[in-house]
Design a protein. Structure first.
Length: 322
């Protein structure tokens, strides 16, 4: 099985059991639908990677042989590779959540149930300094504590402090009017404003209190500022949309110069009884996404920061082929 097929199968499973020599795993995520996980591991083969949550009951086994070398087994599949150490949250990045908590109550997300906490600029600078030799970029994300406007002010204050590291900075927040322009003026390299759902209908069901039109407007405004291949949005696969609705969303985003990040659902919070999308659906969506990206001259391999540069949680055209 090639890497594309293997990774689709692994994303459909979502977890791995770790055996052998002790492993340096990431701690539980503080942002997004994966928040609250008990830890995860990055398995890489041939320069390509996948992130799997640790679960002692998983059908996937990763045996750490020591020194980072590992063997993954999944049914009849045996794949040699390495376990990549995370810098902050993922390999080669300082990916930091500023506001751990959120006023919104997206049905698939555990973040609102976390104890709210806000990192200070000094704390963030110290975190980046500790891993500086092991990173290629800085990625900042945030829940919303207080209001979106307050949270943007916190992010902007931190960006002013971390520019001194002279690394590409990517920002993923809930936007308000003027957000793209303010971030661009600060020298941010890339932005990701998450639509989360493929349709207005699914969005209204899953993300009460948020406005999808504001996010779409911010994404389109950002393309003119940050350029093609540097504006992204997460779309969750498996929230109840049809294949046709997902494909229409992908097509519209690519035609607008926006790279969609197709994230297989991680059943959490109110959706814990939902199922992860199948390998076949992940591959079908990937093939259509690849077609649309190429038709519109978009190349995820040019991304510098955040999820598209990491690829651990998503099957990414231009990075996961082969």
């Amino acid at each position: 099985m090639n890497w594309t097929g293997l990774k689709a199968a692994l994303l459909a499973e979502g977890t791995a059991r770790i055996t052998g020599t002790p492993v340096d795993m990431t701690g539980g995520s503080h942002a997004g639908p994966g928040a609250g996980d008990q830890g995860s591991v990055f398995f890489s083969a041939g320069g390509k990677r996948v992130r799997l949550s640790v679960d002692v009951d998983s059908k996937v086994t990763i045996k750490h042989l020591g020194g980072g070398k590992a063997v993954l087994r999944f049914g009849e599949i045996v794949q040699e590779g390495i376990i990549e150490p995370p810098a902050l949250h993922c390999p080669r990045q300082a990916f930091i959540t500023i506001s751990e908590g959120c006023i919104f109550r997206c049905r698939y997300c555990n973040v609102p149930f976390q104890k709210p906490r806000i990192k200070t600029p000094g704390e963030v600078v110290a975190m980046i300094g500790d891993v500086f030799d092991d990173i290629d970029c800085i990625s900042i994300t945030s829940g919303v504590i207080g209001s979106p406007e307050e949270d943007e002010e916190r992010v902007i204050e931190i960006v002013r402090e971390i520019k001194k590291f002279n690394l590409p900075i990517g920002i993923s927040t809930y936007p308000v009017e003027g957000t793209p322009g303010r971030l661009h003026e600060l020298g941010v390299a890339e932005v990701k404003f998450n639509l989360e759902a493929a349709t207005d209908r699914v969005f209204s069901e899953m993300c009460p209190g948020q406005r999808r039109d504001i996010i779409i407007s911010a994404l389109k405004e950002s393309v003119a500022l940050f350029g093609r291949n540097h504006v992204f949005t997460n779309i969750i696969l498996g929230l109840g949309e049809t294949d046709e609705e997902m494909m229409a969303c992908i097509r519209e985003l690519c035609e607008a110069g926006i790279i969609p990040v197709i994230r297989p659902l991680n059943p959490k919070a109110e959706l814990k009884d939902y199922s992860r999308p199948t390998k076949e659906r992940i591959l079908k969506t990937f093939d259509y996404q690849k077609e649309q990206l190429r038709a519109n001259g978009l190349d995820p391999s040019q991304a510098l920061t955040m999820c598209v540069a990491c690829t651990g949680c998503d099957l990414t055209p231009g990075r996961d082929e082969g």
